[in-house]
Ligand binder design. Structure first.
Ligand code: NAD
Ligand code: IPM
Ligand code: MN
Length: 365
């Protein structure tokens, strides 16, 4: 196939800025490799609320489902934080994941040698770290019912339900087993089984699936509080981590600090079939939005994951990944990965995107 339809969701905050940077890189790789990606924009998040009074309108969903793949920037912002739940940007993101059946979220945290000093941790701790967090994405306390804020005995009580069915755990365990078997074969399942019944079921089902169907994978279990600590203490002990939705949300942001910045972390959200959504792990960074300060590399690397997973273009994905490293070799840095006195050149989002595109343009195909 040499022509693809990709839905592009620029979203909110720094979203449109990192989207522009990523578009430049995609345009160059397409031209070089002689294939076409039609990028068709759609609305999600705050932008969709403002235009359509709906954080993920049906037409956006229909367009995503009719595409070969979906590339998302990020959503959210102060402007919509006081809206009722159904009119919040985050609700649109969750609806997209749920309705598209994207139950598996792969979040690779691979430390690049060029960025070792961008981490707040010691060089010997982060050097060579390569962790893959396999996060369940359509269950857990995010989607459980009952949920709400009610008045009980004269005071407000807020509640959500942390809930997983056997089949939901089974399918994410299979994805994790598959991912781990293609890596170093070490899978650590993270839960809170010492306290939570839902986690006990998680542990039982993961153990069944991995021991029966992935005998080559070495499975271990860890409580989430310990895992949060071990990730900082000695991250090299981890290869693949599998966990539920909320633990994965938290641990993957934590893992970004091993890499140096949340602005470096891409992700792939995939289901049983149909298009995936490729999205940076970070949010809309309202504190720097509109200032051309955002790091577009997480989205550019997400586009590379899209080329590899959804468009079956692994070579083009590798070219983009190598171009990102080459830009870092050239000592080009956005503020989030710049250290004082590191002798690197400080650039904005636009210039960073252009620098990657320029190197892709020179790559040998
Ligand atoms: P955030 O990820 O937006 O930002 C956290 C910190 O990291 C900020 O200091 C920000 O400036 C920095 N940062 C994030 N991405 C960066 C990048 N590419 N380059 C440089 N710096 C970057 O998290 P938050 O501040 O807790 O949330 C802001 C909004 O984003 C909220 O509305 C939240 O709900 C939403 N959010 C959306 C997503 C998503 O779209 N997938 C993910 C997380 C948060
Ligand atoms: C992420 C975000 C989302 C999540 C929010 C914005 C709903 O933090 O993609 O990591 O919690 O999944
Ligand atoms: Mn998150």
């Amino acid at each position: 196939k040499d022509s693809y339809l990709v839905t592009l969701l620029p979203g909110d905050g720094i979203g449109p800025e990192i989207t522009e940077a990523t578009k430049k890189v995609l345009a160059v790789i397409c031209e070089k490799s002689g294939f076409e990606i039609e990028l068709k924009e759609a609305l999600i998040g705050g932008a969709a609320i403002d235009a359509k009074n709906d954080p993920f309108p049906q037409e956006s969903l229909d367009q995503c489902l009719a595409s070969d793949s979906v590339l998302l920037a990020c959503i959210g912002g102060y402007k919509w934080d006081k809206n009722p739940r159904e009119l919040r940007p985050e609700t649109g993101l969750l609806k997209m994941r749920k309705e598209m059946g994207l139950f598996a979220n792969l979040r690779p945290a691979k430390v690049l040698s060029q960025l070792i000093d961008a981490s707040t941790l010691k060089r010997e701790v982060v050097e060579g770290v390569d962790v893959m967090v396999v996060r369940e994405l359509t269950g857990d306390v995010y989607f459980g019912t009952p949920k709400g804020i009610d008045v009980i005995d004269g005071q407000r009580v807020g509640y959500n339900n942390m809930i997983y069915s056997e089949s939901e755990i089974d399918r994410i365990a299979r994805v994790a087993g598959d991912v781990a078997s293609k890596r170093k074969g070490q899978l650590c399942s993270v839960d809170k089984a010492n306290v939570l019944d839902v986690s006990q079921l998680w542990r039982d089902v993961v153990t069944d699936v991995i021991t029966k169907d992935f005998p080559e994978v070495e499975l271990s279990h860890m409580y989430v509080d310990n895992a949060a600590m071990q990730l900082i203490r000695w991250p090299k002990q981890f290869d693949t981590i599998v966990c539920g939705n909320i633990f994965g949300d938290i641990l993957s942001d934590e893992a970004s600090m091993l890499v140096g910045s949340l602005g470096m972390l891409p992700s792939a959200s995939i289901g049983e079939s149909g298009p995936g959504v490729f999205e940076p792990c970070h949010g809309s960074a309202p504190d720097i939005a509109g200032e051309d300060k955002a790091n577009p590399l997480a989205m550019i690397l997400s586009a590379a994951m899209m080329l590899k997973y959804d468009l079956d273009r692994p070579e083009e994905a590798a070219i983009i990944e190598r171009a990102v490293e080459a830009v870092l070799d050239e000592k080009i840095r956005t503020p989030d990965i710049k250290q004082e006195g590191d002798g690197c050149k400080l650039v904005g989002c636009t210039e960073m995107g252009q620098a990657v595109a320029d190197i892709v343009a020179k790559a040998e195909i």
